[in-house]
Design a protein around this ligand. Sequence first.
Ligand code: C2O
Ligand code: CU
Length: 525
Amino acid sequence: MHPHAPSRRTLFRLALTGLTGAGAPLLLTGCGGRSENSSANVSTQGSAGRLLPSEAPLPEPFGRALPVPRVLKPVRTEPGTDYYEITQKTGTARILDDLETPVWGYDGTFPGPTIVSQRGRRTVVTHTNELPVPVVVHLHGGRVAADQDGYPTDYLHPVTGRVADHHGGGLNGAQGTRDYVYDIDQPAATLWYHDHRMDFTGPAVYRGLAGFHLIEDASEDSLGLPSGERDIPLMIADRSFAADGSFLYPSTDPSLTKVPGVSADYMSGVLGDCVLVNGAAWPELEVKAVRYRFRILNAANARRFRLRLDDGPEFVQIGSDQGLLAAPVTRTRIDVAQGERFDVVVDFSGYAAGSEITMVNERGDGPTAQVMRFVVTGPAGDDSRVPEKLGAVEELSGSDVVATRSFTFRRGGAKAHGMSLWTVNGEAFDPETVLATVKLGTVERWTVVAQNNEHPFHVHLGAFQVLGNTSAGHVDEGWKDTVNLDNGGRAELLVRFDRNRGAAVLHCHNLEHEDMMMMANFEIV
Ligand code: C2O
Ligand code: CU
């Protein structure tokens, strides 16, 4: 059992109370007499979900320079350890032309600051919660201790006091301030951190609680890849805006304290009509005619992107979720599902000054078909390279498999009020039911099946290699922690947890599905 979880009965009963209790209409808003089909299994532009049109005027594309999130400086450094501090608080973003957008951010900004850790060193991040709700910080892709990972009920309550949430349990964890201690012992990789509070992850991330956490190591440093100002993280996400400029999201309870969930029409997912990169709408980046490294993250709640450089070079993929590939792979397009990372090098050297290259989203339509633009300013020196051999990627072999499991992500099984929930193997998330017990250091073969909708699968604390995936356009090279699944898709994974024991979750990274119970516990022993 997870040491911080409330009792099984309390939480599970209350979770379902959230669905069925008076005035608690998760999935049920306006559902009197509504048939299940009217809200079921919607897909739009290749993604589970429904488009939520903005009420505020959106800016013209390519009018703003790409912001690059600031790199957080340690407040203190000791032999072997770097200490950081982040305050989660409200802030204001200038995304629209005439209106301000309130955000919930790490240090009040969206995206939050980038943390850069060195492999072999300990990173301690002290988070202070000045928001009005409990928070949970998850290091997505981190192979860290289970009690530092951001288990959904390991709450950090506000400085102003503990909040009893709809579970009535809701009092677990720290209040005001807590340390997240990461013993970083995994290869160089592009990770990210984001909120992961039970039942409220979707709206919290949508309001801005997401940032990059990069891991560096000596073997990557020795490769000569583009670095410094030519190594740029790109956090891609869609949002919609209310008439007052705030982020528009169909929460049942906008206080995000009592009733989880979204209005029934959006239970498949919330799709925005404005594409943000690092928090700016359709930004533009001036580049020299040289190589750049871009660390692409899809931080959207529900939208999948299919990226291509229009009138531009191809992507040279050098890394995946968990770090460098063995060798670079040239790709015309990259499908990136929510939570996935693609580390790419783009070589602008064949392009004359003034060339404009648009990163397009082939899954999008109208405004969401564009992401950002690069403008080549002119030549410059470039001593970077992309070597033929990148990382040391150990290939897992099917003959090492000690156990096989299968996880079906679909709608149905568990029900409330005659409405089917998003489930894993037919079960709604119960923090105290352990779906799988895995032995540390062993290899397992997991079959993941997606039904009724697209479902990106994500597992905490471990990493996997993809043996096969029926989903169209998927790119699954290297070590991953998230895999893109089409509706009806099926992936075969070789999974290994090799760092820490403890309880963690696997779930759908469509955040609306995740909040509506599509998550399960497993335990590493
Ligand atoms: Cu990025 Cu459990 O999530
Ligand atoms: Cu899903």
